[in-house]
Design a protein around this ligand. Structure first.
Ligand SMILES: *Cc1c(COP(=O)(O)O)cnc(C)c1O
Length: 416
């Protein structure tokens, strides 16, 4: 197959023909910055700003405590949850917004163990995001009933799930390599052995047309501040498949998960719907911000978002080859094939951290993960094709001029 070399004009033409191009103006993006870190903190939707101002100035300052009813603060978790549901292939009544991903993982893992009495093993991947591993370790340490966490390589999982397995916990997208796991395949592996499956959607919600119902997912969690653009520390979401809502019991039985919190009864009686997964009072301001972001995202067709995300990644890989970036020492650590990737492309380089710092100095924000991984996340609602052309051009320039060397001995900051 012969490929014509791509030019800058090709990228401008793709932007001109992009059905999602109109979405970009809905986000606040600083001049002179090109952003590839939507996988860590999404850019700010203008509607989030409006929404939080309304929440502060109207609902709080003016409406005061009355806003729990008048602005329907009390139903924010369900209301936003049902909007997120449409992005992840779930029904509106299966998703609620609450707490952080870490806390929601803890609730679901303990609940899943109780749903599978007699089964003592939880299986996960060694490449899981650390908080997922830490939460599982904490739970195993806390429960005296001999729960064992098996942390395995991906290719070992298939053979390890058995009649002792209560739960399989997997990230839909590998945060380090961008590899996308096949939901159908792993769902079947878990269910064929009578186990449950919990998906961490932190790197897929808002950018991939996730199909939780179609692939029989039992549980899922995900965060609000990555591709959902809900703002720093935005609340997370929790999904429980309809078939489990009646029977699931979560351990953090706070009053917001009570059937009628304002009865102030002494005994906890869980709500008979997804609200039973709630614990305490919802973070109204942060949730309002998230609502503005999700409303904005819902204006874009998630299938188109996924298609553009795959294209952006493919173009980056193609340009890196076109400019022979392997000769500079870059090694692709993400899958070559677009359908096997989430919305990021990652390269490994011995001086990865210094190169990221050189890119940031030029106004190209990307991030770094040990060991030596440069991550480029694509948020198709505000990313342009030309951004990819410019990124690779600047990267080539940095390598040719060796301008990254200024940053070679710089100490890693607290947040990379
Ligand atoms: C970002 C991320 C988290 C973050 O969890 P928090 O509780 O929000 O800190 C968890 N899991 C994965 C896979 C992530 O990518």
């Amino acid at each position: 197959m012969t490929h014509r070399k791509k030019t800058k004009d090709d990228f401008l033409a793709m932007d001109a023909a992009d059905p999602l191009a109109c979405e970009r103006q809905k986000y606040s993006l600083p001049e002179g910055t090109t952003y590839f870190v939507g996988n860590s903190l999404g850019a700010m939707p203008k509607a989030s700003r409006e929404r939080i101002l309304q929440a502060v100035e109207q609902e709080w300052a003016h409406g005061l405590v009355e806003s729990w009813n008048n602005a329907d603060w009390i139903n924010l978790p369900e209301r936003i949850g049902s909007k997120i549901a449409t992005l992840i292939g779930a029904s509106g009544h299966e998703v609620v917004v609450a707490d952080s991903t870490s806390v929601n993982l803890a609730k679901l893992i303990v609940a899943a163990l109780q749903l599978k009495p007699g089964r003592k093993t939880i299986i996960t991947e060694s490449s899981s995001f650390p908080t997922d591993l830490y939460i599982m370790q904490g739970i195993a340490n806390q429960l005296s009933s001999g729960v064992e966490i098996k942390t395995l390589d991906r290719d070992e999982i298939k053979h390890a799930v058995d009649e002792n397995t209560a739960l399989l916990v997997l990230s839909h997208v590998d945060y380090r390599t961008g590899e996308l796991l096949d939901m159908d395949e792993y769902s079947n592996i878990a269910h064929d052995a009578g186990a449950l499956i919990l998906w961490d959607l932190c790197h897929s919600a808002g950018v991939i047309d996730v199909e939780l119902n179609k692939y029989n997912a039992d549980f899922a969690v995900g965060c609000g501040y990555k591709y959902l653009n809900g703002g720093p520390g935005a609340p997370a979401f929790i999904y429980v498949a309809d078939r489990w809502i009646a029977t699931i019991n979560q351990p953090l039985t706070g009053w917001m998960g009570h059937q009628s919190p304002f009865e102030f009864s002494q005994k906890h009686k869980p709500a008979d719907n997804i609200k039973k997964m709630l614990t305490g009072t919802p973070p109204v301001l942060a949730a309002s911000c998230l609502e503005g972001a999700v409303d904005t995202l819902l204006e874009a067709d998630i299938q188109l978002v996924r298609q553009k995300s795959m294209q952006l990644g493919q173009l980056m890989i193609e340009l890196m080859q076109q400019f022979d970036c392997e000769s500079f020492g870059f090694e692709l650590v993400s899958p070559q094939i677009a359908v096997q990737r989430g919305s990021q492309v990652c390269y490994q380089h011995e001086y990865g951290y210094a190169i990221i710092k050189a890119l940031i100095a030029k106004g190209f924000l990307a991030d770094y993960r040990n060991p030596g991984v440069l991550r480029f996340g694509f948020a198709p609602v505000y990313q342009r094709y030309i951004d990819v052309w410019n990124l690779v051009s600047v990267l080539v320039d940095i390598m040719e001029r060796e301008s990254w060397k200024v940053f070679k001995d710089i100490k890693q900051q607290a947040v990379t």
